[in-house]
Design a protein around this ligand. Sequence first.
Ligand SMILES: *Cc1c(COP(=O)(O)O)cnc(C)c1O
Length: 423
Amino acid sequence: MSSVSPSHPPAPPRISAVPSPEGRFGQFGGSYVPETLVTALTQLSDTYQRIQRDDSFWGHLADLQRHYVGRPTPLYHAGRLTDHARALSRSQDRGANIWLKREDLAHTGAHKINNTLGQGLLTVRMGKKRIIAETGAGQHGVASATAAAHLGLACDVYMGAEDVRRQRLNVIRMKILGANVIEVDSGSRTLKDATNEAMREWMGSVEHTHYIIGSVVGPHPFPMIVRDFQSVIGQETKAQCLRTFQRLPDAVVACVGGGSNAAGMFYPFVDEHRVKLIGVEAGGHSSQPGQHAASLTLGSPGILHGSLSYVLQDQFGQTAPVHSCSAGLDYPGVGPEHAYWHQTGRVAYTAVTDKEALDAFTLLARAEGIIPALESAHAVAHALDAAAQMPRDAHLVICLSGRGDKDVDEAARLLAQREQPTR
Ligand SMILES: *Cc1c(COP(=O)(O)O)cnc(C)c1O
């Protein structure tokens, strides 16, 4: 590696005493896996433990964040969006300043690269030569393929056959980057099934393969590791707020699929009790079963993909079908730390419908010249309402998790549907 500055950045600070050594966030989390995976998870935990005080690891990662990813990403004052919130408030003294943390400007167009580069470096540390990943919309697949190309690792990406069809452009990107895309034909042929398949494959290949989970989900230590790699978002935001308006923000809003951009944004603020933290889930068409993906708002405790958290499930504990206009939020589970924050009340969770997200998508494009990912548009939609209720001198930060280039076909289709007279 080329240029590590002499002032090595330390490992991300441990803020709260979670998870426990067994990977518990309160009652949530843990590691519900077949015995074949226990060795691999222990090896991962040990390696992660070992690099905590390893300046060369964090120095290498910081170097990549700066020169390869383009960090720090800007904190942008969205003036015209702020005006819009003020107009909504219909009050002289309401309407907080809205700021966007621009993860859409990170390399590959979303926050996911923060995690895949970190886990890619861990893969190298473990002496493994191959990574596998699951992907829904293809964003995590692209970020994994990118990290693999940069680090010279082989890469197989599991993707539901239905998603392969819907996300053709990302499939092409992964292939150009040198990854194999493996179509999964079981179940609903979407993200949940791709995750099952990737976990199954990993059991037979753990010797030489690392499985890069794409969000703060899965068995311990994944939720902790992914949170730590993503918490660069919140650390930068904190420093940028102090520099720009000389204090911490009053509220921070992020969308929640598996929960990685939100966890990365929230974690450095968890002990700052005056900062209100708000997670926004996919409300889909409605709160009817199968019509949304709001695991915390509408689900119940259960085990999915190796950990105990909130799950959308039927009366027999089978995962329920989910729907969201944004493929990245279309997941029936959520990270266990979010379940813990939900239970303790530290973070407030709410849901925004497809329609509200699509309105916010168009509004941000027209008001600021920024086309957000449909996932991020969920956060924007709720943030506008929240800002309208807050005092005028307050500051609200939105985690703009990704850019919307991948969504323009879907958004155009949904907007065209609106023009049709209904029935
Ligand atoms: C994948 C993705 C999400 C959802 O994943 P989290 O783990 O909840 O962050 C949100 N926004 C964008 C742009 C994504 O690509």
